[in-house]
Design a protein around this ligand. Sequence first.
Ligand code: WQD
Length: 338
Amino acid sequence: MKILVTGGLGFIGSHTIVELQNQGFDVIAIDNLSNSSLSVLEGIEKITGKKPIFEQLDLRDKLAVQNFFKLNDDISGVIHFAASKAVGESVENPLLYYENNINTLVYVLQELQKKESANFIFSSSCTVYGQAEKMPITENAPIQPAISPYGNTKQIGEEIIAEVCKVSNINSILLRYFNPIGSHPSAEIGELPIGVPQNLVPFITQTGIGLRKELSVYGNDYPTPDGTCIRDYIHVVDLAKAHVIALKRLLNKNNLEKIEIFNLGTGTGSSVLEVIAAFEKVSEQKLQYKIVDRREGDIISAYANTDKANTILGWKAESTLENALESAWKWEKKIRGK
Ligand code: WQD
């Protein structure tokens, strides 16, 4: 079975391709290389022994998308990762986000709508919940007005998919990720750092390796046990495995509705200071950090209620925070030649 993975050379896309190939799927990866590198293909091959078919293609080019699907009419499922994902950048450059995250989704769905039937897995985010009232967060927690164009593109994307599924032969599963971290245990693939990391864990590992002087902890005056924000940090390999399970659910027509939604997290919340302590434990070194002002737009706490994914998908995150940080640290040392 041939599976299309858009954004396939990205952080989560590349880890998902490994799991797809491990399960015997043939994969064709599309990526415009705006936030990834061709070297990821070698990394995937080193892990699975197979290099996915790769097409460098920008999904913003409608004609190119149409031609791609004309030439590849044997695709059984699509996992759609291709999107820009930096919250801060989306505030500065909203139109880049609406074009890259929405237009591309529309062009792919337009091609799938032409098919007898189509299976579509969408990369969504817990960001759609904003600051949820109740913890842990369930899939029917209310969607709050987005606080960034990035978050808005995920909400709009979910709405577009829901409406299209109603009037087409597309079946879809929306996967709402919490905070993906870590790298494949082989350290052959991982989060490719471009510029100064916005996210906590890559900044921690770059500080640990000496690339950054110190970590700035954005506020310790939140209403949480230690004053720092709480998140649900999920190992990217656990996340990747969930995508294959969701895809198989659609391929085997086990889905109960045309569109299903699942939260993907560990179900455990960890504060920034707890992540720092866990990193110090796995790296066996102190981390330099200082407490600074809060970051605009940060929510206080978010961690997943994973009952639905556990019971319906039969999926549960296996890695602990420490496992995930160990893999992130191993990857950081590998890419810095340490
Ligand atoms: C986590 C915590 C920061 C950096 C974002 C997006 C989300 C998803 C994941 C794409 C927060 C604190 C961070 C630093 C810090 N992206 N922090 N110092 O903001 O929860 O989620 O990335 O899908 O959609 O919103 O992740 O890693 O940026 O921050 O103190 O240098 O770490 O304040 O509490 P976030 P993050």
